[in-house]
Design a protein around this ligand. Structure first.
Ligand code: CA
Length: 230
Protein backbone atom coordinates (compact mmCIF):
# COMPACT_ATOMS: atom_id res chain seq x y z
CA UNK A 1 0.00 0.00 0.00
CA UNK A 2 1.63 3.28 -1.11
CA UNK A 3 2.49 5.68 1.67
CA UNK A 4 1.90 9.40 1.08
CA UNK A 5 3.52 12.08 3.20
CA UNK A 6 1.47 15.29 3.40
CA UNK A 7 3.38 18.41 4.45
CA UNK A 8 0.91 21.22 5.05
CA UNK A 9 0.54 23.62 7.96
CA UNK A 10 -3.19 24.24 7.52
CA UNK A 11 -5.01 21.46 9.32
CA UNK A 12 -8.24 21.86 7.35
CA UNK A 13 -6.44 21.37 4.03
CA UNK A 14 -4.39 18.46 5.35
CA UNK A 15 -7.55 16.82 6.70
CA UNK A 16 -9.29 16.83 3.31
CA UNK A 17 -6.21 15.29 1.71
CA UNK A 18 -5.86 12.62 4.39
CA UNK A 19 -9.54 11.78 4.01
CA UNK A 20 -9.44 11.59 0.20
CA UNK A 21 -6.22 9.57 0.04
CA UNK A 22 -7.17 7.11 2.77
CA UNK A 23 -10.51 6.68 1.02
CA UNK A 24 -8.57 5.48 -2.02
CA UNK A 25 -6.52 3.02 -0.03
CA UNK A 26 -3.34 5.04 0.55
CA UNK A 27 -1.53 5.23 3.87
CA UNK A 28 -0.90 8.80 4.94
CA UNK A 29 1.31 10.73 7.32
CA UNK A 30 0.68 14.39 8.01
CA UNK A 31 3.39 16.83 9.08
CA UNK A 32 3.26 20.63 9.18
CA UNK A 33 6.95 21.58 9.01
CA UNK A 34 9.50 21.22 6.23
CA UNK A 35 12.34 20.20 8.53
CA UNK A 36 10.21 17.49 10.13
CA UNK A 37 9.30 16.20 6.67
CA UNK A 38 12.97 15.86 5.74
CA UNK A 39 13.71 13.93 8.94
CA UNK A 40 10.70 11.73 8.37
CA UNK A 41 11.69 10.95 4.79
CA UNK A 42 15.17 9.93 5.94
CA UNK A 43 13.89 7.50 8.56
CA UNK A 44 10.68 6.18 6.94
CA UNK A 45 10.66 6.99 3.21
CA UNK A 46 7.21 7.73 1.78
CA UNK A 47 6.33 6.76 -1.81
CA UNK A 48 5.23 10.29 -2.67
CA UNK A 49 5.21 13.66 -0.91
CA UNK A 50 2.54 16.34 -1.18
CA UNK A 51 4.36 19.51 -0.22
CA UNK A 52 2.87 22.91 0.55
CA UNK A 53 4.99 25.80 -0.73
CA UNK A 54 4.12 28.12 2.19
CA UNK A 55 5.33 26.37 5.33
CA UNK A 56 6.06 28.11 8.66
CA UNK A 57 9.71 27.02 9.00
CA UNK A 58 11.49 26.50 5.68
CA UNK A 59 9.56 26.95 2.43
CA UNK A 60 8.38 24.02 0.36
CA UNK A 61 10.95 25.00 -2.28
CA UNK A 62 13.75 24.86 0.25
CA UNK A 63 12.41 21.59 1.63
CA UNK A 64 12.35 20.05 -1.85
CA UNK A 65 15.86 21.26 -2.62
CA UNK A 66 17.17 19.57 0.54
CA UNK A 67 15.10 16.49 -0.17
CA UNK A 68 16.68 16.07 -3.60
CA UNK A 69 20.10 15.67 -1.98
CA UNK A 70 19.09 12.25 -0.73
CA UNK A 71 15.81 11.22 -2.35
CA UNK A 72 14.12 10.91 -5.76
CA UNK A 73 10.68 10.55 -4.19
CA UNK A 74 7.97 12.13 -6.40
CA UNK A 75 6.79 15.53 -5.11
CA UNK A 76 3.49 17.29 -5.80
CA UNK A 77 3.48 20.93 -4.72
CA UNK A 78 0.48 22.68 -3.24
CA UNK A 79 0.61 26.32 -4.13
CA UNK A 80 -1.59 29.33 -3.44
CA UNK A 81 -0.06 31.87 -5.77
CA UNK A 82 0.50 32.22 -9.50
CA UNK A 83 3.98 33.57 -8.90
CA UNK A 84 4.99 30.24 -7.36
CA UNK A 85 3.75 28.24 -10.31
CA UNK A 86 6.39 29.72 -12.58
CA UNK A 87 9.15 28.41 -10.35
CA UNK A 88 7.57 25.00 -10.09
CA UNK A 89 6.95 24.72 -13.82
CA UNK A 90 10.51 25.85 -14.44
CA UNK A 91 11.41 22.58 -12.70
CA UNK A 92 14.37 24.21 -10.98
CA UNK A 93 13.27 22.48 -7.80
CA UNK A 94 12.61 18.97 -9.03
CA UNK A 95 8.84 18.75 -8.63
CA UNK A 96 6.73 16.17 -10.45
CA UNK A 97 3.47 18.09 -10.47
CA UNK A 98 1.65 20.91 -8.70
CA UNK A 99 -1.87 21.73 -7.60
CA UNK A 100 -3.24 25.23 -7.08
CA UNK A 101 -5.34 26.02 -4.01
CA UNK A 102 -8.26 25.72 -3.68
CA UNK A 103 -8.15 22.22 -5.14
CA UNK A 104 -10.38 19.18 -5.28
CA UNK A 105 -8.97 16.41 -3.06
CA UNK A 106 -10.16 13.84 -5.61
CA UNK A 107 -8.13 15.58 -8.28
CA UNK A 108 -5.06 15.42 -6.05
CA UNK A 109 -5.66 11.72 -5.40
CA UNK A 110 -5.94 11.12 -9.17
CA UNK A 111 -2.59 12.85 -9.74
CA UNK A 112 -1.00 10.83 -6.95
CA UNK A 113 -2.18 7.63 -8.64
CA UNK A 114 -0.96 8.80 -12.05
CA UNK A 115 2.52 9.64 -10.77
CA UNK A 116 2.89 6.42 -8.78
CA UNK A 117 1.87 4.44 -11.85
CA UNK A 118 4.50 6.24 -13.89
CA UNK A 119 7.32 5.60 -11.43
CA UNK A 120 6.31 2.04 -10.45
CA UNK A 121 9.27 -0.32 -10.85
CA UNK A 122 9.04 -2.72 -13.76
CA UNK A 123 8.24 -6.32 -12.80
CA UNK A 124 11.43 -8.28 -12.26
CA UNK A 125 10.66 -11.94 -13.08
CA UNK A 126 10.84 -13.17 -16.67
CA UNK A 127 8.11 -11.48 -18.70
CA UNK A 128 5.64 -13.79 -20.38
CA UNK A 129 5.97 -12.84 -24.03
CA UNK A 130 6.48 -9.24 -25.01
CA UNK A 131 2.81 -8.28 -25.26
CA UNK A 132 1.86 -9.82 -21.95
CA UNK A 133 4.78 -8.48 -19.95
CA UNK A 134 2.79 -5.88 -18.08
CA UNK A 135 -0.01 -8.26 -17.14
CA UNK A 136 1.66 -11.56 -16.32
CA UNK A 137 4.91 -12.41 -14.60
CA UNK A 138 6.13 -15.97 -14.68
CA UNK A 139 8.48 -17.27 -12.02
CA UNK A 140 9.48 -20.73 -13.23
CA UNK A 141 11.65 -21.50 -10.23
CA UNK A 142 8.79 -20.99 -7.83
CA UNK A 143 6.18 -22.35 -10.28
CA UNK A 144 4.26 -19.15 -9.80
CA UNK A 145 2.45 -16.81 -12.19
CA UNK A 146 1.32 -13.34 -11.17
CA UNK A 147 -1.56 -11.75 -13.01
CA UNK A 148 -1.92 -7.98 -12.66
CA UNK A 149 0.41 -8.18 -9.68
CA UNK A 150 -1.60 -10.87 -7.88
CA UNK A 151 -0.30 -14.43 -7.47
CA UNK A 152 -2.49 -17.09 -9.10
CA UNK A 153 -3.07 -20.20 -7.07
CA UNK A 154 -2.40 -22.69 -9.89
CA UNK A 155 -1.88 -26.42 -9.85
CA UNK A 156 1.23 -27.69 -11.61
CA UNK A 157 -0.70 -28.61 -14.74
CA UNK A 158 -2.47 -25.27 -14.80
CA UNK A 159 0.86 -23.49 -14.42
CA UNK A 160 2.37 -25.34 -17.39
CA UNK A 161 -0.71 -24.78 -19.49
CA UNK A 162 -0.89 -21.05 -18.87
CA UNK A 163 2.88 -20.65 -19.20
CA UNK A 164 2.79 -22.37 -22.58
CA UNK A 165 0.05 -20.03 -23.83
CA UNK A 166 1.77 -16.92 -22.45
CA UNK A 167 5.04 -17.69 -24.19
CA UNK A 168 3.50 -17.15 -27.62
CA UNK A 169 0.70 -14.60 -27.48
CA UNK A 170 -1.99 -15.00 -30.16
CA UNK A 171 -0.71 -18.39 -31.25
CA UNK A 172 -3.48 -21.01 -31.33
CA UNK A 173 -2.42 -24.23 -29.58
CA UNK A 174 -4.27 -27.46 -30.27
CA UNK A 175 -5.26 -29.59 -27.28
CA UNK A 176 -2.65 -32.09 -28.38
CA UNK A 177 0.08 -29.45 -28.29
CA UNK A 178 -1.04 -28.33 -24.86
CA UNK A 179 -0.94 -31.90 -23.61
CA UNK A 180 2.65 -32.01 -24.85
CA UNK A 181 3.38 -28.93 -22.78
CA UNK A 182 1.98 -30.72 -19.73
CA UNK A 183 4.17 -33.70 -20.44
CA UNK A 184 1.12 -35.92 -20.75
CA UNK A 185 0.76 -38.49 -23.53
CA UNK A 186 -1.86 -37.51 -26.07
CA UNK A 187 -5.07 -39.50 -25.99
CA UNK A 188 -8.73 -38.74 -26.49
CA UNK A 189 -9.59 -38.81 -22.80
CA UNK A 190 -6.75 -36.49 -21.86
CA UNK A 191 -7.68 -34.00 -24.54
CA UNK A 192 -10.94 -33.36 -22.68
CA UNK A 193 -8.95 -32.75 -19.52
CA UNK A 194 -7.32 -29.74 -21.21
CA UNK A 195 -10.76 -28.16 -21.36
CA UNK A 196 -11.28 -28.58 -17.65
CA UNK A 197 -7.82 -27.22 -16.83
CA UNK A 198 -8.54 -24.18 -19.04
CA UNK A 199 -11.86 -23.70 -17.31
CA UNK A 200 -10.16 -23.73 -13.94
CA UNK A 201 -7.42 -21.30 -15.04
CA UNK A 202 -10.06 -18.92 -16.40
CA UNK A 203 -11.92 -19.01 -13.09
CA UNK A 204 -8.69 -18.12 -11.25
CA UNK A 205 -7.98 -15.24 -13.64
CA UNK A 206 -11.48 -13.91 -13.08
CA UNK A 207 -10.84 -13.83 -9.33
CA UNK A 208 -8.26 -11.14 -10.11
CA UNK A 209 -10.30 -9.34 -12.77
CA UNK A 210 -13.94 -10.32 -13.25
CA UNK A 211 -14.16 -9.30 -16.92
CA UNK A 212 -10.82 -10.79 -17.94
CA UNK A 213 -10.83 -13.27 -20.82
CA UNK A 214 -7.19 -13.55 -21.86
CA UNK A 215 -7.57 -17.19 -22.91
CA UNK A 216 -9.54 -17.41 -26.11
CA UNK A 217 -11.32 -20.51 -27.41
CA UNK A 218 -10.91 -21.26 -31.12
CA UNK A 219 -13.64 -23.68 -32.02
CA UNK A 220 -12.31 -26.88 -33.49
CA UNK A 221 -8.72 -25.65 -33.14
CA UNK A 222 -7.78 -25.03 -29.54
CA UNK A 223 -6.80 -22.10 -27.34
CA UNK A 224 -4.69 -18.96 -27.46
CA UNK A 225 -3.55 -16.25 -25.12
CA UNK A 226 -4.81 -12.88 -26.29
CA UNK A 227 -3.30 -9.92 -24.40
CA UNK A 228 -5.96 -7.60 -25.84
CA UNK A 229 -8.60 -9.35 -23.73
CA UNK A 230 -6.61 -9.31 -20.52
CA1 CA B 1 0.69 26.92 4.08
Amino acid sequence: MPHILIVEDEAAIADTLVFALQGEGFETTWLSLGAAALEHQKSTPADLIILDVGLPDISGFETCKNLRRFSDVPVIFLTARDGEIDRIVGLEIGADDYVVKPFSPREVAARVRAILKRVAPAPVPRPAGELGAALFQVDSDRVQINYRGKPLNLTRHEFRLLNCLLEQPERVFSREQLLDALGVASDAGYERSIDSHIKSVRAKLRLVRAEAEPIQTHRGLGYSYSPGHS
